[in-house]
Design a protein around this ligand. Structure first.
Ligand code: PGA
Length: 252
């Protein structure tokens, strides 16, 4: 059996200036100092990356960006390349978040190019997949997940499973307070692992970490983590405050 180290990631979205982010780190690190066996990842907005990288030096927590463009450099006004993110101290990059798909026109095809570029830069993509509410109601959850995995992630199927992370984030659970039940999360995670076992390999499926995201809170993390295929969490709202995120890390 592959050992999948639990990973708890904070997605700060468009919150926190650099100084607010550093203040969070100062409060947060002592709160999680004694907690072993978990990987902690913080994903601030681009302007806070370098300041958070410095604040995290010497701590076990890692830095993530919330997006990346697929080119290394060039005339792409407003974009940031994986190479720049690696130089800023990132280890992870969140890709294909549902807000990017819904508000900024990202598709499985653009996610795929970004996954390739992020892997090529030696960074670890955290690739978000998940169905919308109407898709769940129509019974399409599994087919939506299947397509997102196949079309967005297939280039990662041959890499070491430790070099990729998947986040199952049902869109109806993000920022709504409507967490998926532990059983709903496990059903989707189990499906994803099963599909990966067929499309990638048994080793890849057994080793890749699948995070749950969508209204994770200090009081629901333990039951989610108790599910065999839930390997961690991607936390938005409840990660903005140091005490709250530390409670999630401690209970995971
Ligand atoms: P939420 O966001 O925890 O606020 O629901 C999760 C996410 O968008 O990654």
């Amino acid at each position: 059996m592959a050992v999948r180290r639990p990973l708890i990631a904070a997605n700060w979205k468009m919150y926190k200036t650099a100084s607010e982010a550093v203040e969070f780190v100062r409060r947060f690190l002592p709160l999680v100092a004694g907690i072993p066996d978990r990987e902690i990842v913080l994903a601030p907005a681009f302007p806070a990356l370098e300041a958070v990288a410095s604040a995290l030096k010497g701590s076990p927590a890692a830095l993530a960006a919330q997006d990346a463009f697929w080119e290394e450099e060039g005339a792409f006004t407003g974009e940031v390349s994986p190479r720049m993110l690696a130089a800023a101290g990132c280890r992870y990059v969140i890709l294909g978040h549902s807000e990017r798909r819904r508000l900024f026109g990202e598709t499985d095809a653009t996610v795929r190019r970004k996954v390739q570029a992020v892997l090529a830069a030696g960074l670890i993509p955290i690739v978000c997949v998940g169905e919308r509410e109407e898709e769940r109601e129509r019974g399409e959850t599994f087919s939506v997940l299947d397509k997102q995995l196949r079309d967005g992630l297939k280039d990662a199927f041959t890499v070491d499973p430790g070099r990729v992370v998947i986040a199952y984030e049902p869109v109806w659970a993000i920022g709504t307070g409507r967490t998926a039940t532990a059983a709903q999360a496990e059903e989707a995670h189990g499906f994803i692992r099963g599909r990966l076992s067929e499309s990638a390999s048994r080793e890849f499926a057994a080793g890749v970490r699948i995070l749950y995201g969508g209204s994770v809170k200090p009081d629901n993390i333990a039951e989610l983590m108790a599910m065999p295929d839930v390997d961690g969490a991607l936390v938005g709202g409840a990660s903005l405050e140091a005490e709250s995120f530390a409670r999630i890390v401690a209970a995971a």
